[in-house]
Design a protein around this ligand. Structure first.
Ligand SMILES: [Zn+2]
Length: 144
């Protein structure tokens, strides 16, 4: 990632739990042109998503680990980068916890941490700078 992301989601939806085989997914949202692959090519796999609209997951062709997803909303312009796949994942803690209605009960969120039961309104939670970055992206383009 060539800059900091616009926003980092910690998603506790059941779909992310199933996809990760764990309790939540940690996704950094960033413009596609601010992501550079250091080595090799990714393999893009069409995959179902929680919304029913599908997602495209970019995977390492060798180990099949998911590196990022593109969702229907922002299309190819925004990548949801799996924070755990970065060399320095500790630098990107979540900005918000989402879908906490299905959070596993042993996961205890820190006090004063933004958290919503389902999804949220971007303009309420995102910093101004990130909203500006998001607003200049081209309109949603779901499929190439
Ligand atoms: Zn999720």
């Amino acid at each position: 990632m060539t800059s900091k992301p616009m926003f980092v989601h910690c998603c506790h939806c059941r779909w992310c739990q199933r996809e990760t085989g764990a309790s939540f997914a940690l996704n950094a949202m960033i413009e596609a042109d601010r992501v550079s692959v250091l080595k090799g090519e990714v393999e893009v796999v069409d995959t179902p998503s929680n919304s029913g609209k599908g997602q495209r997951i970019a995977r390492c062709p060798k180990c099949r680990i998911a590196l990022w997803s593109n969702y229907a909303g922002a299309g190819d312009a925004v990548r949801f980068v799996r924070v755990g796949t970065l060399d320095q994942p500790d630098r990107l803690p979540p900005d918000i916890h989402i879908f906490t209605s299905s959070k596993q009960p042993w996961v205890v969120l820190p006090p004063n941490m933004p958290a919503v039961e389902e999804y949220y309104e971007r303009t309420v939670y995102w910093p101004k700078e990130s909203l500006e970055r998001r607003s200049v992206l081209r309109p949603a383009k779901v499929r190439q």
